[in-house]
Design a binder for this molecule. Structure first.
Ligand code: GLN
Length: 197
């Protein structure tokens, strides 16, 4: 049986991530309570509305257990709003989860009622179709952060130890290489065939 990956399912596009993980050969389950974290080998924090997700995670008693699990080494993949939550925030904003030493500015490309798809070069993957929806801008990475992709000067894909973040939405495009890359870091087996390129 394949290993279990949790998807934080309080708000946002968690279902698309579960489908993408399934396509990559993993088993995904929703995380809504602290007990749902038991036995996971990885956790996805999806896109959505970071302020709402942060508030709900605190209300459901999930913020501290998630932070503790990730600090103990649980691999986590934060996309868009999920990437914002991983960042360190700033003095002007409420503190985020501070699991990656990186700044994050919400809605950095405007309200963006239409989403934007750009084909951009990413480390490890080469060209990747990146779908941005009211995307944040990641900037000012600490020394531990490995930058894996940029949109002009802004960081769009980065990793720090067991924390991976993307400001775009790989769960909404056909290419499942990023989900497979995350699964590998979880020690979870991905299936042989790739739906993406
Ligand atoms: N703009 C959203 C936020 O600030 C993120 C958008 C997304 O996740 N697609 O939380």
């Amino acid at each position: 049986m394949s290993s279990l990956i949790g998807v934080l399912a309080l708000q946002g596009d968690f279902e698309s991530h579960a489908v993408a993980l399934g396509r990559a050969g993993a088993r995904a389950c929703p995380v809504r309570r602290p007990a749902d974290l038991a036995g996971l080998v990885g956790l996805v924090v999806p896109g959505g509305e970071s302020t709402v997700m942060q508030r709900l995670a605190a209300e459901y008693g999930l913020e501290q257990p998630i932070r503790a699990a990730v600090q103990r080494g649980l691999p986590v993949f934060g996309t868009c709003a999920g990437a914002i939550l991983m960042g360190r925030g700033s003095e002007l904003r409420p503190p985020r989860w501070r699991l990656m030493d990186i700044g994050a500015e919400r809605n950095a490309y405007g309200r963006q009622l239409q989403s934007t798809t750009l084909t951009l070069p990413l480390a490890t993957f080469g060209e990747f179709e990146c779908l941005f929806i009211r995307a944040p801008r990641l900037f000012d990475p600490g020394p531990e952060v490995e930058v894996l992709g940029r949109r002009d000067d802004d960081i769009i894909l980065a990793r720090q130890a067991n924390v991976l973040v993307a400001t775009f939405h790989p769960e909404l495009t056909e290419d499942d290489r990023l989900h497979r890359y995350f699964l590998e870091s979880c020690g979870a087996e991905a299936s042989e065939t790739s739906v993406g390129r």
